[in-house]
Design a protein. Structure first.
Lengths: 348, 395, 503
């Protein structure tokens, strides 16, 4: 049996190179590391790949299996040892990762995307301001329920910097405050201005698909006889979960749904008028821009050319028409969906 | 069985352990100039390796159980070496050994529980809870060593709860610890709603910065800016492994555990306090998990209540089984656990160095582990000759 | 003898790693006869039987069944051909009902792809089968796990009967049966014979063989040692042929002295899960107290309570006149009350572990210092015990599960010898033990009693009880119903008490 075992190993090892993306082109190698595995990052990868082609660099794109600093750093540490010339990373915990990132920034060109660590010495940040994006969501809720009402907030977790920003933005906007310094998670109240926060805290699902759906369904059951309800989904899968459970209970239209990110189901729901709208981040460009600027720096480009401001978030609605009080670009849902499909196609 | 005696005994015991740790850690932190950490590491390394060598029981049965993991590691490390000229740089080796240490600490705990016929699914959540608790305590101004002691006491309490539920109420360990998995995750999220971390603790209490950095340097070998100067977690793990090796292979308690794992009824008829031994093993397992939580926070600098340590119990159980532990109980060697804990870090490292396609990564890892297990099992059976005879008869 | 042979096995060879289990064994079974297969453990009985039943394939030789050469590639093939084996270790699914077990693997189903169970037919056929082995029809719906071992055995026999076997191989079928059940089994065997079915009967109880076998084939060290016709089936003949020499004294009394003072006294003991009657018992130094009773009479339970395995609810235990408190086995062991349990594979030994590890297990407190096991002391303990008990093994690392029943029992004894027992409780000390090892165990019991140990021997083997006991008590239905001094000890007296007639 020993020969059999060895043959099994040998064939496994022979099969391994077939799965590698190693091209051995001798081109400059840059890496993009996300915070977890998500459809959001699939769009980002398409942009990064296109950019690698356009800027003539070799790309390593890695998504950690878990949204956890330990798994992310295991990948980053290993990548650093493979001789990459630049790294773009979606930071999970800005404050605590800053020392590590500072050390990494001293070794390779480092830039942050999607989530920033300002003091890490990164070259630049590519991504939106989550607090501002949260306020945009809040404004949408206010437009949907001008008289106030009950708001249920769904999100994957409430511990990351991104999540803090979005939740604080929504709640501050509902209350009519603007206090960016007060992005403190963990302390929630029942009343925010004219709005009541359902369950007195955001409802989390650890991004597990069945829990996303169950949370939304349970809340719908509790709130189905309450007037003026808005359900806010702040992670990619949340608006989809809310919409699907509302459809299954025939409550579409009775409750207002406000979304975040560009899940295809979300965009379709907006197009049908089932969802009020969604705030989008443009992950395709996160990938494209990250690789572009990493290539720029690796080839000895000028630091001064790097972007200095946060990327602007955008709004997607059914019609795409101008809305009073909204300063960011507004897209029509059907057109935005097509744009994403096209870029994903091009990425293949 | 007299419950209060057990409680009293274990609390007195854990208090003694905490006190001993305080002395063992606080004194070196105060007395040792930073440069002398190396002496401490090398002394510990020499001590633990010597103990491991002394307790090495290479009986035929143990040897057979180790062949598989050695072959698997040889193949994986060989592939890693071939994949890139930088793979064997000192920095990458240190990285690997460091991760082996982190995984090894919980592997030992998981293995001891499996050895005595139990299972602990709450390990990952306990790691998460203790990492969060450790960070939260320091954020609120408790000194690092005191926080460490409190977190270990928490581990003792968790193990005691699990052990008492399993032995006194005769509940299935699987279910008790599965419930624990949810409960302790929930506790972690209750005690801190945010991600916790060293930077925040140092910001809140600048006077503790030095001792936090000192503890981090001593236990995980990372400098202030997170650079790994020595795989100290491996040293920590080897220390635990060598102590466990002595217990397993040289002490009466180890014999009890093997007997309980094989046949707890025979152990009971032989006058062994089966319940007490089981509780003790659960306590050791959870305390090691709590220690692993401390290492996790010191190593990554941060812990997220929602997912810190998530599914680590499965990695620990996998490492234990790869290292020759039988899920049926009654089989375990200390050296096997040390080796078993190296497999998954090497595989993960290999994924990066071979630049495995993202979508292929999960199945490649799963397949390597499966093939490793198959090869291990076949080699083991072959040693008893049954497979070969089967084929001879067919021929 | 009537007719052609049913089965002929010629020159059967079987090799196991390191052991030549069968070395050219011949056997013939005629239709409608009961053939006893006799031999010490390790003589090759089990191997031969498993080859006939298709569980093992022979490495050499040939088997003819019903006049045709056959080669079974598994027990199923043998069963289809008409050979059924009743295993020594019961092979029933404990969680299923008696009826489900009777038809396991050959369920009566309605036609159709779903194979829905036809419980009415199964019930009818099953009732008939149970009647043939003397079990009530109402047992059909009982879970097998709820039955006592004796009745499980009968269910197993009923299952084989259901297969219309032409040859039934019974391995120690009576080892766990009560006298009534054993008698019923002989009636079943007589019925089978009358119906032309042959039985190959394996037993260590020579009295049974004398009673029911027509002929015996004796095996020794994997070879034919001889054959005995019914008239030649005497105790002495069988034993001489089995071990190749005469037995000097089967039940030795060389060391026995008149019994001394009372060592252990049980006063009005009741315990959790036990009968409501309080039990009282005295054991004297240097005597062997036999304890008889039917299976389920409560003997094992009482001994377990004294050993600390069952919580005592009232009454007290005195050791040397002093009341002692026994809450767990460790308490009993510390006091010198030691138990060699009935089910040694389940409770007495760690089968996967070596002889040495098993011997050390209850003695670790004596051979370790500061919890560290002293390797030298341990080696000495192993060597001394193995030598003293003449345990046949290449080394102390040998796994206990691979030893013969007799050697396993010696290991169980060996665990306790080093502790210097005051009271030694032996629960069925020679069950599944071959004749040679039996004599050694009897000699050991005699020697221990001679040194003043009070031996409490629970046994269902009447010869053993009559031969070894200095005094006997009999239990019936949870109660100690009688006490017999050695001069009063007869089979009839014991059976009257055990069945409740004498009470």
């Amino acid at each position: 049996m020993r020969p059999f075992a060895l043959v099994a190993f040998a064939s496994l090892l022979a099969a391994l190179p077939a799965c590698t993306g190693k091209s051995g082109t001798g081109k400059v190698k840059v890496a993009v590391v996300t915070n977890c595995t998500d459809p959001f990052w699939t769009i980002c990868e398409a942009g990064a790949k296109q950019s690698a082609k356009d800027n003539d660099v070799e790309l390593v794109f890695r998504q950690p299996a878990k949204l956890e600093v330990a798994s992310q750093m295991e990948i980053v540490e290993a990548l650093l040892k493979t001789g990459i010339k630049g790294l773009a990373i979606s930071v999970i915990n800005p404050k605590e990762q800053t020392p590590d990132l500072t050390r990494i920034a001293s070794q390779v060109n480092l830039l942050t995307m999607d989530n920033d660590a300002e003091k890490s010495g990164r070259l630049c940040y590519i991504g939106i301001d989550n607090y501002e994006a949260g306020k945009e969501v809040g404004r949408m809720v206010k437009r949907a329920l001008p008289e106030g009402g009950t708001v249920a907030i769904f999100i994957g977790e409430t511990t990351s910097h991104n999540a803090h920003g979005r939740i604080a933005g929504v709640l501050d906007e509902l209350e009519g405050k603007d206090n960016r310094a007060d992005i403190t998670a963990g302390k929630y109240r029942e009343q925010y201005g004219k709005f009541k926060l359902h369950r007195k805290e955001p409802i989390t699902d650890s991004t597990e698909p069945d829990k996303v759906l169950n949370n939304a369904s349970d809340a719908l059951e509790q709130l189905k006889n309450t007037p003026n309800v808005a359900m806010v989904g702040l992670y990619n899968s949340n608006p989809k979960g809310i919409l699907e459970s509302a459809r299954s209970k025939s409550l579409v239209g009775k409750i207002k749904i406000v979304g975040f990110d560009e899940n295809p189901v979300t965009l379709e729901g907006i197009d049908k008028g089932e969802i009020e709208g969604t705030v989008v981040q443009d992950p395709y460009n996160y990938g494209y821009e990250s690789v572009k600027w990493l290539a720029h720096m690796a080839k000895g480009g000028d630091k001064k050319a790097l972007p200095t401001k946060a990327t602007q978030h955008r709004l997607v609605t059914k019609t795409g028409e101008k809305v009073a009080g909204v300063e960011v670009p507004i897209y029509k849902a059907s057109e935005y969906a097509k744009k994403i499909r096209d870029s994903l196609e091009a990425g293949k | 069985m007299n419950g209060s005696v057990i409680f009293g005994g274990f609390f007195a015991g854990s208090a003694a352990v905490v006190l001993a740790l305080w002395l063992a850690l606080d004194l070196p932190l105060r007395l040792l100039p930073l440069g002398n950490r190396y002496q401490l590491w090398f002394a510990s390394l020499a001590f633990s390796l010597a103990l491991l060598a002394y307790t090495l029981e290479l009986s035929r049965r143990n040897l057979v159980r180790l062949v598989g993991v050695v072959v698997l590691l040889a193949v994986l490390i060989g592939t890693l070496a071939a994949s890139s000229e930088t793979a064997f740089d000192r920095s990458n080796i240190f990285e690997l050994l460091s991760r082996q240490g982190a995984l090894g600490v919980i592997t030992i705990g998981a293995a001891l529980i499996i050895l005595t016929g139990g299972i602990d699914l709450s390990i990952g959540s306990v790691v998460g809870l203790s990492a969060v608790a450790f960070g939260t305590l320091m954020e609120s101004g408790v000194s690092p060593v005191a926080s460490l002691g409190l977190v270990l006491a928490l581990g003792v309490a968790v193990g005691l709860t699990n052990g008492l539920l399993v032995t006194q109420l005769r509940l299935q360990a699987f279910l008790v610890t599965l419930c624990g998995m949810f409960v302790f995750r929930g506790f972690a999220r209750e005690i801190n709603k945010k991600q916790t971390g060293l930077v925040l603790a140092k910001e809140n209490h600048p006077e503790m910065a030095e001792s936090i950095d000192g503890l981090r340097a001593l236990l995980v070998g990372k400098t202030e800016n997170g650079a790994l100067e020595f795989p100290a977690m491996l040293v920590v793990m080897l220390l635990f492994a060598s102590i466990v090796a002595v217990i397993l292979h040289k002490s009466a308690h180890g014999r009890y555990w093997f007997a309980i794992g094989y046949n707890d009824r025979a152990a009971r008829y032989a006058g062994i306090g089966v319940e007490r031994q089981r509780i003790a093993v659960f306590v050791i397992g959870s305390t090691l998990a709590a220690f692993a939580g401390v290492l996790l926070l010191l190593n990554t600098g941060t812990a997220d209540p929602t997912n810190a340590g998530g599914s680590l119990e499965l990695y620990a159980i996998t490492a234990a089984v790869l290292g020759g532990v039988s899920l049926k109980g009654g089989e375990c060697t200390a050296i096997g656990l040390v080796l078993g804990a190296l497999v998954q870090p090497v595989i993960n490292n290999l994924m990066t160095f071979l630049e495995i396609r993202q979508s292929a990564e999960p199945w490649v890892i799963g397949l390597i582990l499966l093939l490793g297990t198959i090869a291990d099992e076949l080699i083991r059976r072959d040693a008893f000759g049954s497979i070969r005879r089967y084929f001879l008869r067919r021929a | 003898m009537p007719g052609e042979p049913l089965l002929v096995a010629r020159n059967i060879r079987k090799q196991f790693p390191g052991v030549l289990a069968l070395d050219g064994v011949n056997a013939t079974v005629r239709p409608g006869e009961v053939l006893a297969l006799v031999g010490e453990n390790g003589a090759g009985k089990s191997t031969l039987m498993k080859i006939l039943a298709g569980i093992y394939q022979p490495d050499g030789g040939e088997i003819e069944f019903l006049g045709r050469p056959v080669r079974f590639n598994g027990p199923l093939a043998a069963m289809r051909a008409g050979i059924s084996l009743i295993h020594q270790e019961l092979n029933l699914a404990e969680n299923l009902s008696v009826q489900d077990n009777l038809f396991l693997g050959r369920e009566t189903t309605f036609a159709g792809p779903l194979k829905l169970l036809n419980n009415r037919d199964a019930g009818r056929i099953g009732a008939g089968l149970l009647q043939r082995v003397g079990l009530p029809v109402s047992f059909l719906s009982k879970p097998v796990g709820d039955l006592p071992p004796g009745q499980k055995q009968l269910v197993e026999i009923a299952r084989a009967l259901g297969l219309d076997a032409k040859l039934l191989i019974m391995d120690e079928p009576t080892s766990s049966l009560t006298q009534t059940e054993t008698d019923r089994l002989y009636e079943v065997i007589a019925d089978l014979k009358a119906g032309g079915v042959s039985v190959v009967y394996i037993s260590h109880r020579l009295a049974e063989i004398r009673r029911c076998a027509d002929r015996a084939i004796v095996l020794r060290d994997g070879r034919n040692a001889g054959e005995l016709a019914k008239a030649e089936l005497t105790h002495a003949n069988i034993v001489r042929m089995m071990i190749g020499r005469d037995l000097k004294q089967f039940f030795p009394r060389h060391h026995r002295k008149p019994a001394g003072g009372t060592v252990l006294e049980i006063e009005g003991l009741t315990f959790r899960g036990g009968p409501k009657y309080p039990a009282s018992l005295r054991l004297r130094a240097g005597e062997v107290l036999g304890m008889a009773g039917l299976v389920g009479a409560g003997r094992t339970e009482l001994s377990e309570a004294v050993f600390g395995l069952r919580a005592i609810t009232s009454g007290r235990i005195l050791l040397g006149g002093q009341p002692i408190c026994i809450r767990k086995p460790a308490d009993a062991i510390r006091a010198g009350i030691l138990l060699a349990p009935e089910d040694r594979r389940m409770n007495g030994l760690v089968l996967e572990d070596g002889i040495g590890a098993n011997l050390s297990l209850p003695n670790l407190d004596r051979i370790s210092r500061f919890d560290m096991v002293d390797a030298n002391a341990e080696r000495t303990l192993h060597a001394d015990t193995i030598a003293r008990l003449a345990i046949k093994t290449p080394n102390a690392a040998q796994a206990v599960g691979l030893l013969s029943g007799g050697n396993q029992q010696k290991v169980v004894f060996g665990k306790w010898l080093a502790r210097g027992p005051k009271v030694l409780i032996l629960d069925e000390p020679t069950r599944g033990v071959d004749v040679g090892a039996k004599t050694e165990i009897y000699a050991l019991i005699d020697e221990l009693a001679g040194r003043g140990v009070a031996v409490w021997m629970i046994t269902s083997d009447m010869e053993e009880l009559l031969g070894m006991s200095d005094r006997a008590v009999v239990m019936h239905d949870g109660r100690i119903v009688g006490e017999l001094e050695r001069n009063e000890l007869t089979e009839e007296a014991v059976m009257n008490l055990a069945t409740g007639v004498g009470a």
